[in-house]
Design a protein. Structure first.
Length: 74
């Protein structure tokens, strides 16, 4: 298994994984999944879940409004 540690980034900080904010390094695959999770939260809730670095590092997601899964059709 090949593990690549990246030390350079570009993009929006609020999509950065906690390890990047804390240690300035990350692994690409888990970081991609993290960023997609932030994007999904943004699409569902209308804003990103974290306002600053400490919130990103703590990684404690709080839903600011209820999320509806909808009603199934029968």
């Amino acid at each position: 298994m090949l593990i690549v540690v990246v030390f350079v980034t570009a993009g929006t900080r609020v999509y950065s994984p906690p390890e990047w904010v804390r240690d300035r390094e990350y692994r690409a695959e888990p970081a991609t999944i993290w960023s997609l999770g932030i994007l999904l939260y943004d699409m569902l809730c209308g804003d990103v879940p974290f306002d600053g670095d400490q919130q990103i590092v703590d990684a404690n997601v709080v839903y600011r409004r209820p999320i509806s899964v909808g009603k199934s059709r029968r």
